[in-house]
Write a protein that binds this ligand. Structure first.
Ligand SMILES: [Fe+2]
Length: 246
């Protein structure tokens, strides 16, 4: 059983204006994806709230090393070597241990290893593009990879995604999965991206941009970017039990 003791800290209501509206026609696929009818709320079941609890033992030795986890022996992925690290924190700034972080990304040329990927950039035979790690007792996570390239996508006549890494964060229950994207400081494509531009509040975008962390760079090896993830409403089942899910 995970810890379900009532949280005696401050209560933070969810700010829905922080998130993009579901219907944003400049991001073309939202036209068909956005709900046409009122939302239905489904009750949680106990297992969605209490499990799974991930242990560090599930990780393979190279799971947090995208430079090598798909590479042939003695070889490595091509690209700018980087480390991404940070902390997972709850809405009160406390560390969230044992959160499973899964990441996926394009290779250094901006190409995904996926059968539906159509971009002409070359595949890297030594790069798979997926990895995972689990936060330690202080909420820290860390993985090594190559910096992904930007890529064009069929939206407007000439839209490019900024370099980004996709993140999935599992809390202590299946009902606690959050998905986001991390961007890189200084990328001029961030503010041109139709997906980024669906986010109404500039501060919300800035929290998705990882700054270069020179203090933790490994000389002659890899630059480092720092990306902290702050969860909101992690314990909301204890406070918000209305059937409409608000
Ligand atoms: Fe992507």
């Amino acid at each position: 059983m995970t810890d379900l003791k009532p949280d005696t800290g401050a209560f933070f209501t969810r700010d829905r204006t922080w998130h993009p509206p579901a219907y944003t026609p400049d991001y073309k696929t939202t036209v068909l994806r956005s709900p046409q009818r009122a939302l239905l709320a489904l009750d949680n079941t106990l297992s969605e709230i209490t499990g799974p609890v991930f242990g560090h033992a599930i990780l393979g030795e190279l799971d947090n090393d995208l430079i090598h986890n798909f590479a042939r022996p003695g070889e490595a992925a091509i690209g700018e070597r980087i480390i991404v690290h940070g902390r997972v924190l709850d809405e009160s700034g406390r560390a969230v241990p044992d959160a499973l972080i899964e990441v996926w990304q394009a290779n250094a040329g901006g190409r995904y290893r996926h059968k539906k990927e159509g971009y002409l950039a070359a595949l890297d035979p030594n790069f798979g593009g997926c990895g995972r790690c689990i936060t330690d007792e202080n909420g820290n996570y860390r993985f090594r990879t190559v910096k992904p390239g930007p890529y064009p996508w069929p939206n407007g006549p000439n839209d490019w995604r900024p370099a980004h890494i996709h993140f999935s964060v599992f809390g202590h229950g299946f009902g606690q999965r959050l998905i986001t994207q991390m961007y890189f400081e200084g990328d001029p494509l961030i503010w041109r991206c139709p997906i980024v531009r669906t986010i109404p509040d500039r501060r919300a975008v800035e929290l998705l941009i990882a700054p270069l962390d020179m203090a933790n760079t490994i000389p002659m090896d890899a630059r480092t970017y720092k990306f902290d993830i702050v969860l909101r409403g992690r314990r909301s089942t204890l406070f918000e039990n209305r059937l409409d899910g608000n």
